[in-house]
Write a protein that binds this ligand. Structure first.
Ligand code: KIV
Length: 278
């Protein structure tokens, strides 16, 4: 059964935790979908994990549409959410609606996600009025990395925490169907989750949220270097890949790959005949 906005809302009401993972390509989306995850996010984190940028800022609409198309083809049941990249919705409400429309029409997404609170409510309202569900994103919003001065936990001071609660209420009033809460204290996320009727989906925001989202490369152990505190590595797929690739190199060099079972047979007469000619 296809997950929809209503599925996520019902899950909040019944206390059934929402699961969301990122995906950026067809094969991964298909595996994640088959496992029964509720929602797949084509995050602009693809800038880092797929394209090798330092942050999400260089990601373009074309990058997002390209990856969203691939994921949509692999996601049969999951609710597909595509990120609106930096500068695709901040300049004007009109541009925001046009770009959100492209992610649905060309990319095949079911909803779009954008970062910010009160300052993007006009955009949220207009996109929702165009019949496109919007997932909001508050807290450590990576597109504001230059304003924050790095990837820093938000909502630790009373003013900042109060502003996040107010923003959460504002985006809900503007028509957002869910909100991602990233990099905020768990107790603040609990307060926001209880205050809203729309589901909260946390990443680095504790277990009190209505659901969780992770970048799949992080949770499957594909990323190297610093692992953020909120990431649990559920598997070490990177190590499995390294072993498989090293074995391929060794066996190819030794000549043990390909073995008999990996080759195609031909009638001996054909080879005998050919040998006379060569
Ligand atoms: O871009 C992304 O992957 C995200 C998640 C971290 C929520 O926005």
């Amino acid at each position: 059964m296809k997950n929809t906005v209503s599925t996520l809302l019902r899950q909040k009401q019944s206390g059934d935790k929402i699961t969301m993972l990122t995906a950026y390509d067809y094969t991964t989306a298909k595996i994640i979908d088959e496992c029964g995850v509720n929602a797949i996010l084509i995050g602009d984190s693809l800038g880092m994990v797929m394209l090798g940028y330092e942050n999400t800022l260089p990601v373009t609409m074309e990058d997002m549409i390209h990856h969203t198309k691939a994921v949509s083809r692999g996601a049969e049941n999951a609710f597909v959410v595509a990120d609106m990249p930096f500068m695709s919705y901040q300049v004007s409400v009109e541009e925001a609606v046009i770009n959100a429309g492209r992610l649905i029409k060309e990319g095949g997404a079911n909803a779009v996600k954008l970062e910010g609170g009160a300052e993007v409510c006009e955009q949220i309202r207009a996109i929702v009025n165009a019949s496109i569900p919007v997932v909001a994103h508050l807290g450590l919003t990576p597109q504001s990395v230059n304003v924050f001065g790095g990837f820093k936990v938000q909502g630790k001071s009373i003013d900042n925490a109060r502003k996040l609660v107010e923003d959460a209420v504002r985006i809900q009033e503007a028509g957002a169907c869910a909100v991602v809460l990233e990099g905020i204290p768990a107790k603040l996320a609990d307060i926001i989750t209880k205050k809203l009727f729309i589901p909260t989906i946390g990443i680095g925001a504790g277990s009190g949220c209505d659901g969780q989202v992770l970048v799949y490369q992080d949770m499957l152990g594909l990323t190297t270097g610093h692992t953020p505190k909120f990431v649990k590595r559920f598997a070490e797929v990177g190590d499995l890949m390294r072993k498989g690739i090293s074995d391929y190199i060794s066996e190819t060099k030794e000549g043990t790959f390909p073995a008999e079972e990996h080759t195609y047979a031909v009638d001996e007469e054909v080879i005998a005949e050919l040998s006379k000619e060569c």
